[in-house]
Structures are given as structure tokens and as C-alpha cells.
Design a protein around this ligand. Structure first.
Ligand code: DON
Length: 577
């Protein structure tokens, strides 16, 4: 079988695979990256499964499973491959979150970007105290210290079965030998290039990203080769660190010291019981896990109101919007980086608190936006692109991973002589209390800028288990739409018994407190015609948005995995025996 997809011929895929097995053997002698042989484990599922953003990363994962890798090995190979073949969001110049379930235990890895040491609270304000438009979105000063390489390194060292070199090999291949550019990728490039024009060096690296072209990235291949040879230390203190710091000098804030001090962090995932399932999802600095648990539980608390209400009917849309209003009021007030700000996680996910919030839902008409305040009081201590993939191995382990450069192609800055697209994650901070960011969400001091702080995220890689076994692995990009999208798909599956592909493909909508009583809909499944009239008659304004997520999900039925990629994207699923 063809091991790696090659834009020109599959024969070279075979040749490459042969070369790889040589280099892998060579590397086993390198102590820093070698792994002891893994113990044989009995399979508990009929197959492994993936739902990923493109065909190249699917091939990479398949290859890793064939070599005996587990879900974590496959996830790391997918992440590095997408950094090459899905450069609008896959990355090594950004950051993300990984929720894992390994040998029956949950884990969460936070490899979110951090603000540079020289960052300051008001760095995006002019002398009148107003936010300077675009400054946190485009160019060198928008960039946070990237976390992806350390995240992948830590995850693979802790849980992977294969050698580090093996999981890097597919990405190096696609960077060095090229991949075929899809129509969607070119479209996204063209859109992003308009935004970056005159502000960044984007076109020097991505000017040739045209549909049908075999796109090679030699600088990025060299970086990946060094990471493969030396591990994460190349990126944080080696040659690559030097090249990133040099690119930034005189333009941005990131220095060698920033990179040297970066560390991904293992945290406790948010855990909640819901309808017989255990939900494991993202803790702060994500808002998404808390948001998802509040959404699921408030809906369960209001089950009587939802009885016989058809999916995506005007009344359903109204009830969900009422719940979302309360979640977003809390998000704006209380959520930020837990290393800098005491986030009241236990209170916000407490059943009695959520029930009280649910009791404030008005089943008839939209609650007045101003009346919906953060539920714990205010005296408490104070464009877009991301991608998600889900992986399950036949041993019953799961990885749910969402990572991002924020906007399409991040800040538009490509670190010179590396081909690394750098993120614009600084926009996820609250540049000024009450002023909305790219996703229209506001924040408080909890999410103000401070050196080494992580900006608040909505990314919510999630795993549901039942009786200790993985049941669902799910996540999506979409900024503040992330956890409302996951919530809707979970409802579709468990409350409306929809088969997985339909649950993922069904209409989604979004409300986030501000703008007041506004329901966002998407062209893929519009709210229009009679439905639109009835939603408007309830007091809502309808607003179109381009994008409401790109869900990648795996569901386990008995001991057989089923995978679904959102028809909104160019995602791919595989069941791998
Ligand atoms: O961390 C966050 O919530 C955002 N930076 C994610 C960006 C995103 O999902 C863009 N995708 N469309």
C-alpha cells in the first residue's frame, strides 16, 4: 500500500518509506530520542480511527499505526504534518490543547502560547487609550511565544510508543518533497494575503501556494529535520530559536529568553458527569470546557422546556440562546490564565450554581441582555483559523487535539529562513476591558496582558467516556463558536439520536450575549425563509457568518469506532485495522 501520499507519484512514496526505515533504525542509537520497546497490549477495539483536517495528515496517521504507534504517536505525526500541508492552521508557530485518555486515565496538556516577557497590559492602546485596530492581529507584535513543539515533544515522550524520528518523518517528507495544494487552501491563502498585504513577509513564502501546485517548503523541512534530530530543544534554545529571535529583532517582542523559558503544562482536565457519561474537557486558560459543561448541564436542568421542541426550531434556537447568554456573561468576567488569575472553576461548574443560572432562563422571550450579569457577582478577584483532530487507537486510548495560529496563517509573519508561520494569538487577550476581539468576545482584567501569561482560549478538545471506556472524541475550530458547536453536536447525538455524520453535518447557530439578541448563522445551513421570520419574531436579529466550525469526531459503538469529518471542511476520516 502507498505509505505517504506524494503529489507527483506514489512510487516515490514507497521509496521514501524505505529510506525512512533506515533513518529510524539509525536513530534508535540516539539516547535523547530513543524509546524502550513497548509491552504488547491486547486490542480492545476492532480498529483504530482518525478524523483529521486533510488527506496528508490521514496518511501520516495511517503510517504511524502501521508501524505500531498508538493514538499519541499518531496525534503528534498529524500535528507536525498539518503544520506543512494545512499551513493556514496546522502549525509549529502557534499553540493548543490536547485532552488525552490513556490506559483508562484522563490527562490534559496545555501548550498554549504565552505573552512575551516584554509584553505590557496596554501594548495595543494608543495615547488616548483606544485599541489600535489590527495591531494584535497582523505583524510581529501580534505574536505569542509558540508552544506546539514543546507540547508535541512532551506528549510523545510521555505516552508515545514509537521513536520521535518516526513521528516527524511524514511532515519532513511533505515539506521537502511537496504536497498538492487544494482549492480551499488557495482560497484561504488569497483571502489572508489581502489582509497581510504590505504588512508582513507572507507572500515571500506563500505567494506560490496555488491550487494544483506541488508546494515544497525547504526551510521548514530543515527546521523539522533539526527538531527530529534534536527534539524540542532546537526550537526553544537551538538554531531555530536563534532564527525566530533574529526575525523578531527590531520588529516584535519575542527573544531567545522567551523561547528558552517556554514550557507546556500538564493540567487537570475539567471533569463532569452528564447523562451517564464522564466529560473530560479543557480547563483554563480555555473558557471552552467550563462553557461546555455549563451548556450541557443547563440544558439538562431545563429538560422540561425542551420536551417535544424540534431540533433547530425557533423555540429551540431561543432556549439555547438563553443558556448561551449566561455562559458568555461568566466567560467575560471570570476567565483567564489560572497561573495569573484565580479562576473560580469549582464554583462555575458546581451543579447548584448551574441550576440557579438555568432557573433564570426565560422560556418565552429573550432576557434583556443588560440584565444577564456574571453569576458569581463582580467582586471576585479579578478571522480565523484553528484545526482539530480526533484519534482513537485499538487499545482504547484517545487524543482530542485542537491547535491554532488564531487567524488564517496567524499574524502573516513567517520567521525568516524557517518557513514557520507565526501566530496572532495575542488578539485573544482583552486589549482593553469591554472591547471585543476578532471573535466579538469581551474580557476583563482576568484576561489582560501580562508577561508570560496565556491568552484566554475557547478551544475545547473533549472526550466522553462511559464506564471508563471512550465513547466520543470531539472538537472543532471556530473561536468563540467552538464550545457552542461541540455542545450542539453532542445534543444531536445524545438527545436527538442522530447518526454521527448527520449530527456533525446538521445546522448550527451561535449566540454569545453580545451583540444583544443576535443569532449567527452560516451559509452552509442557513437560517432563512420561514424559520428566519419566526426567529426574528421572537426578538432576535439574524446575522450571517462565514464559518461555524469544522468538527472532527469519533464515536465508539460497542467496540467499533465510527468517525465523521465535518462536511464544512476538507477533513478526512479513516478506520485503520
Ligand atoms: O484560542 C482560541 O479560542 C482562538 N484563538 C481559536 C481560533 C479559532 O478557532 C479560529 N478558527 N476558526
Amino acid at each position: 500500500m502507498k505509505l505517504f501520499r506524494n503529489a507527483k507519484s506514489s512510487a516515490s512514496g514507497f521509496a521514501l518509506a524505505a529510506l525512512l526505515s533506515v533513518s529510524v533504525g539509525f536513530l534508535e542509537a540516539t539516547p535523547a530520542v530513543a524509546k524502550p520497546p513497548a509491552k504488547a497490549q491486547p486490542a480492545v477495539l476492532t480498529a483504530s480511527a482518525i478524523a483529521v483536517a486533510d488527506e496528508y495528515s490521514a496518511d501520516a496517521a495511517e503510517q504511524i499505526f502501521k508501524e505500531g504507534g498508538n493514538a499519541v504517536d499518531a496525534a503528534v505525526a498529524i500535528a507536525f504534518t498539518l503544520a506543512v500541508t494545512y499551513p493556514e492552521a496546522g502549525n509549529i508557530g502557534g499553540g493548543g490543547f490536547m485532552t488525552l485518555y490513556v490506559d483508562g486515565k484522563p490527562y490534559f496538556l496545555d501548550y498554549r502560547e504565552r505573552a512575551p516577557l516584554a509584553a505590557t497590559k496596554n501594548m495595543y492602546l494608543d495615547d488616548k487609550g483606544e485599541v489600535i485596530k489590527g495591531m494584535s492581529l497582523y505583524g510581529y507584535r501580534a505574536v505569542g511565544v509558540p508552544g506546539t513543539v514543546d507540547g508535541m515533544w512532551q506528549a510523545q515522550r510521555r505516552f508515545g510508543k514509537l521513536n520521535w524520528k518516526q513521528v516527524l518523518a511524514p511532515a519532513i517528507h511533505y515539506a521537502r518533497d511537496g504536497f498538492q495544494v487544494s482549492e480551499q487552501l488557495q482560497q484561504r491563502r488569497d483571502d489572508a494575503a489581502k489582509e497581510f498585504a504590505g504588512k508582513t513577509n507572507f507572500d515571500t513564502y506563500f505567494g506560490n501556494l496555488k491550487q494544483g501546485v506541488n508546494f515544497k517548503q525547504p526551510d521548514l523541512a530543515a527546521v523539522l529535520q533539526r527538531i527530529s534530530d534534536q527534539g524540542a530543544k532546537d526550537f526553544y534554545s537551538g538554531k531555530t530559536a536563534g532564527l525566530i529571535a533574529e526575525s523578531m529583532r527590531g520588529h516584535g517582542l519575542i527573544t531567545r529568553a522567551d523561547l528558552q523559558q517556554y514550557k507546556a503544562v500538564w493540567r487537570q482536565p475539567i471533569q463532569a458527569d452528564w447523562k451517564g457519561y464522564r466529560v473530560y474537557t479543557a480547563p483554563p486558560p480555555s473558557s471552552g470546557g467550563i462553557g461546555l459543561v455549563q451548556l450541557l448541564k443547563m440544558k439538562a436542568d431545563r429538560a422540561a422546556d425542551f420536551k417535544d421542541v424540534p431540533l433547530n426550531s425557533p423555540q429551540y434556537i431561543h432556549l439555547i440562546a438563553e443558556i448561551e447568554k449566561r455562559v458568555f456573561a461568566d466567560r467575560a468576567q471570570y476567565l483567564g490564565d489560572p497561573d495569573f488569575y484565580k479562576v473560580p472553576v469549582a464554583q462555575l461548574t458546581d451543579d447548584a450554581y448551574i441550576a440557579k443560572r438555568a432557573s433564570e432562563v426565560n422560556p418565552e422571550t429573550p432576557s434583556d441582555t443588560k440584565s444577564v450579569q456574571p453569576g458569581l457577582g463582580t467582586s471576585m478577584p479579578e478571522k480565523a483559523e484553528t484545526t482539530h483532530f480526533s484519534v482513537v487507537d485499538k487499545w482504547g486510548n484517545a487524543v482530542s487535539n485542537t491547535y491554532t495560529v488564531n487567524g488564517y496563517f496567524g499574524s502573516g509573519v513567517v520567521a525568516d529562513r524557517t518557513g514557520i508561520v507565526l501566530n496572532d494569538e495575542m488578539d485573544d487577550f482583552s486589549a482593553k476591558p469591554g472591547v471585543a476581539n476578532m471573535f466579538g468576545v469581551v474580557g476583563s482584567d482576568a484576561n489582560s496582558i501580562e508577561p508570560k501569561k496565556r491568552p484566554l482560549s475557547s478551544m475545547s478538545p473533549t472526550i466522553l467516556t462511559k464506564d471508563g471506556k471512550v465513547s466520543l472524541v470531539i472538537g472543532t475550530p471556530g473561536g468563540s463558536r467552538i464550545f457552542t458547536s461541540i455542545f450542539q453536536v453532542i445534543n444531536n447525538i445524545y438527545d436527538f439520536d442522530m447518526p454521527l455524520p448527520q449530527a456533525v453535518g446538521a445546522m448550527r447557530f451561535h449566540h454569545q450575549l453580545l451583540p444583544p439578541n443576535t443569532i449567527f448563522w452560516e451559509p452552509y445551513q442557513p437560517i432563512d425563509g420561514e424559520l428566519a421570520k419566526q426567529v426574528e419574531a421572537k426578538g432576535y436579529t439574524l446575522k450571517a457568518q462565514n464559518f461555524n466550525g469544522d468538527i472532527q469526531a469519533i464515536k465508539i459503538n460497542g467496540n467499533t469506532p465510527e468517525a465523521a469529518a465535518d462536511p464544512r471542511g476538507r477533513g478526512v476520516t479513516r478506520i485503520i485495522q
